[in-house]
Write a protein that binds this ligand. Structure first.
Ligand code: NAP
Length: 294
């Protein structure tokens, strides 16, 4: 039996739909804090074993992971001061339940010297704990989601300006939908034991290059305009509705982009799935096609 946590999230939903395709509803457990959400109820009605799984409730986790052989822990979106404890709770709950292999959604270039707060405060310590747990591990180091470049697409298209921090240095991206495919694949197939994968598109891109692709795909002139790393949390909070206390931890990531920490590319996505990830242009064309639907 397989399991994915965070089933109600964006990435979680993508992993679920790929697990349905790969192993069917009886082949996996969907863990979520809210088994009563419309999506979780729909899964339950289609035969998926939906279990309450809350990393803030360590006592419940051994039961949540019961009978599971391989599980994916999707990192949460809490404050960095809370996330390592959540992840350690999940690792310990899985270990106690007898899970043999645990996969984890980490971040590209996770290391203790990174400028990105979540790398050294959350993802690297979690990777180390997972490796030391005695379970087999599969670490999925995700590049930045391409999806974050279209969070405020209406505004970008209306103003003709893509405002971002760190855009003068090339940065690795990948579409979140693709990460749902690869995460489900590492769970469902063998050969991914004790591996660390870095998942990126083939080409890292600057802000100006992304703006040029947007101009082409959406058929109107869009230019890139830099926002400083320090001003970025305020922008995210005002334009994307992300609470300022959460957005503040993005300053380090923006400085990490500027410093070239994500000026990388890796063949790992194709190694896992047997096909290349979407290019940025393909990703944008998919976004455009969805917008065009009535
Ligand atoms: N690489 C990148 O550029 C990038 C960008 C954004 C986010 N991320 C990371 O990737 C993760 C998934 O992204 P997303 O877009 O799918 O985010 P999202 O839709 O906001 O999902 C947040 C996820 O956190 C889970 N969660 C929250 N609190 C939890 C808890 N106490 N115990 C267990 N699970 C909990 C949620 O699961 P339930 O609601 O089902 O419980 C959900 O799966 C994020 O949480 C973040 O760590 C990476």
């Amino acid at each position: 039996m397989l399991m994915v946590t965070g089933a109600n999230g964006n990435l979680g939903g993508q992993v679920v739909s790929n697990l349905l395709r790969l192993v069917g509803p009886s082949g996996f457990v969907a863990g979520t804090r809210d088994p009563e959400s419309p999506f979780a109820r729909e899964l339950s009605e289609s035969g998926v074993d939906v279990r309450r799984t809350d990393f803030d409730d360590p006592a419940s986790l051994e039961k949540a992971f019961e009978g599971v052989e391989a599980a994916l822990i999707i990192s949460t979106y809490a404050e960095n001061s809370v996330r390592p404890r959540q992840n350690l709770n999940a690792i310990e709950g899985a270990r106690r339940a007898g899970v043999r292999r645990l996969a984890y959604t980490s971040f590209a270039g996770a290391n203790p010297q990174s400028l990105a707060d979540q790398s050294y405060e959350v993802h690297y310590p979690t990777e180390q704990a997972l490796i030391a747990s005695g379970m087999d591990y599969t670490i999925l180091r995700h590049a930045l989601y391409a999806d974050i470049t279209v969070n405020d697409l209406d505004e970008t298209l209306a103003t003709g300006v893509l405002r971002r921090a760190g855009g003068s240095t090339p940065c690795a991206y990948i579409a979140r939908d693709d990460l749902g495919v690869s995460a489900a694949t590492v769970l469902a197939k063998s050969g991914h034991e004790n591996r660390i994968y870095t998942e990126t598109m083939a080409e890292p891109l600057t802000g100006a290059e992304i703006a040029a692709l947007m101009s082409d795909v959406f058929g109107r002139e869009i230019r890139y305009e830099a926002v400083s790393a320090e001003a970025w949390p305020q922008y995210m909070s005002e334009h994307w509705g992300i609470p300022l206390h959460l957005a503040k931890s993005s300053v380090g990531s923006m400085k990490a982009i500027e410093a070239g920490e994500f000026d990388i590319s890796s063949p790992d996505y194709e190694t896992i799935t047997g096909r290349p990830p979407q290019t940025f242009e393909q990703f944008l064309r998919g976004v455009a096609a969805k917008r065009a639907k009535p």
